[in-house]
Design a protein around this ligand. Structure first.
Ligand code: ADP
Length: 520
């Protein structure tokens, strides 16, 4: 007897000290014992506990512990605790983890329910989810803000740069030329910064797409040389380009992004080099069927990068040398963008550098074999600078922004075109019916009716001329997606804003002088 009492005390000491609530009950649901934790969880005062029913621990309409045992725990060899709800004596309903097992003692079934109050855990999970949702909302808000702001800034910048270009062409005095050139330079610099931010934002939000088109490597090299050659010359640095043996002249990939990456690296190399040379070296690494692996190296003899900074230069907004940055500017985003642009194309940028000796940035990019020859490609560099003139052909400019209207029409008039201006897409759809236009320049985002809708309306008008009328989109976005949408809507081409006079001039010439089917 004493042994039995001792062992009962022993057992009740154990059950009394565990955190989980333990309740035993018979097959009729009458409670036989409750440990201290269960009393606490269910707010039971000691005189209530004898003979109460376990149904009191659940709310009406919810399955009782006995039903839960039958449906969830009975017969299962290794049942996991289940999440359900319980109710305490004060009527509070709360989430619990519950497991129930059944034992037979001297022919009678005893059920043992182990209950853990998980309200705190649940609250924590809910808080976590809310915090995550909040963070996602903030990230979206940030992305939207940045992309809207960049867009808003581009529009006036378009005007500043465009009007500066016009003034430069209107025979300014020598002292004005210098100011205008400085204005143009600053404007273009600002645009680069804005594009950087816009790009970074696009990359971060996963909205960036890559093209796969034929392009000439020489064209890329030439455009880099054109943009950065003058800077190198001014610093008396040699700028060299090496196209290795077996590197195909025409390849398939995204020329815009490749140019951007190389411009960043070569630009940096020139920026951080005071004497010596900067070399862009392109070598064929491997060719398997239709895939090519090209190794790009940008080698400079500049100031180099301290070893402890090497790991960090690819992070956003990181600059190792504040003196140089103050001197030459920069956002600290260039390398971060470059790294991500390469990562998104399955490549990785690497650097080796020694202080006061120089740096080499290198990566291997997979591109496609092209079936085209150099002569098949429309050679921009060759034609650059040669503006076409027209004989008073009439075109329609659809653009809601007044300053953009002024900028564009000054150029168009200068080239010998005459034009009408529509403030929005709706007016454009009316004007094309009343007049004979040779071509339409169509802004995309406009009040009243946007450029996509206006184009669709025009294409559906009666008569062959509305089907054939060349429509060129003026887009503020450089996204491939926009270009696809432009094509799908039935437009014949696009020019990005702020437009480069030569590009706009040539595009119009293609349609007015040449066979429009050859464009794009
Ligand atoms: P930034 O706009 O400042 O050039 P980047 O992301 O392009 O931003 O470069 C980050 C930093 O990495 C630079 O500020 C500079 O300290 C360092 N860096 C990049 N390229 C070179 C280079 N070729 N030689 C020396 N330092 C470089």
């Amino acid at each position: 007897k004493q042994i039995q009492e001792e062992s009962e005390t022993y057992v009740s000491t154990i059950t009394g000290s565990v955190i989980d609530g333990i309740i035993t009950f018979c097959h009729k649901g009458l409670v036989q014992s409750i440990n201290e934790s269960a009393e606490h969880i269910f707010k039971i005062t000691s005189d209530e506990k004898q003979g109460s029913s376990i149904n009191e621990f659940t709310t009406d309409g919810e399955p009782s512990f006995l039903e839960i045992f039958d449906s969830h725990f009975d017969g299962q060899s290794d049942p996991s605790p289940m999440e359900t709800f319980a109710q305490d004596q004060e009527g509070r309903i709360f989430p619990i983890d519950l497991s129930i097992s059944k034992i037979e003692t001297s022919g009678e079934a005893v059920y043992i329910a182990i209950v853990r109050d998980i309200s705190t855990r649940k609250e924590f999970q809910r808080a976590l989810i809310t915090a995550k949702e909040e963070a996602e909302r903030m990230a979206t808000a940030k992305t939207n803000f940045l992309s809207n702001m960049s867009h808003e800034i581009r529009t006036p910048m378009n005007a500043v740069i465009g009007l500066t270009n016009i003034l430069l062409q209107e025979e300014p005095r020598q002292d004005q030329i210098d100011s205008l050139k400085a204005l143009k330079f600053s404007g273009e610099n600002l645009l680069v910064l804005i594009n950087d931010i816009l790009d970074y934002n696009k990359i971060e939000s996963g909205k960036l797409e890559f093209e796969k088109i034929d392009f000439g490597l020489k064209d890329i090299v030439q455009s880099i040389n054109k943009g950065l050659g003058v800077k190198a010359e001014k610093k008396k640095i040699k700028l060299d380009f090496v196209l290795g043996q077996g590197v195909p002249r025409v390849i398939m990939g995204d020329p815009t992004r490749l140019t951007q990456i190389l411009n960043n690296l070569v630009g940096n190399a020139i920026k951080f080099t005071e004497k010596g040379s900067v070399t862009l070296d392109i070598q064929l690494e491997e060719k398997v069927n239709d895939d090519l692996w090209l190794n790009f190296r940008v080698i400079d003899t500049g100031i180099g990068i301290p070893e402890d900074k090497l790991d960090h230069i690819f992070e956003s907004f990181t600059q190792t040398n504040s003196t140089i940055t103050r001197k030459y500017g920069g956002t600290g985003l260039g390398l971060a963008i470059t790294k991500r642009l390469l990562e998104l194309q399955g490549s990785e940028i690497k650097v080796s550098s020694k202080e006061d000796v120089g740096s080499t940035f290198y990566f291997t990019l997979k591109v496609g074999v092209s079936k085209k020859k150099v002569k098949d490609l429309h050679n921009l560099a060759e034609e650059e600078g040669l503006l076409r003139t027209f004989n008073g052909e009439k075109i329609l400019l659809v653009e809601d922004n007044k300053v953009n209207q002024i900028v564009a029409s000054r150029f168009l008039k200068k080239w010998g075109l005459s034009m009408d201006i529509a403030d929005n897409g709706k007016i454009a759809t009316e004007l094309v019916q009343e007049n004979e236009y040779m071509l339409v320049l169509m802004d995309l985002q406009m009040p009243e009716m946007d450029g996509y809708t206006a184009t669709k309306v025009i294409r559906q008008m009666d008569g062959e001329k509305f089907e054939k009328l060349p429509i060129i989109a003026l887009t503020a976005s450089a996204l491939a997606l926009t270009r696809i949408k432009v094509k799908e809507t039935g437009m014949d081409g696009h020019v990005s804003k702020p437009f480069k006079p030569v590009e706009l001039n040539h595009k119009i010439a293609k349609f007015l002088h040449g066979d429009r089917r050859t464009v794009e």
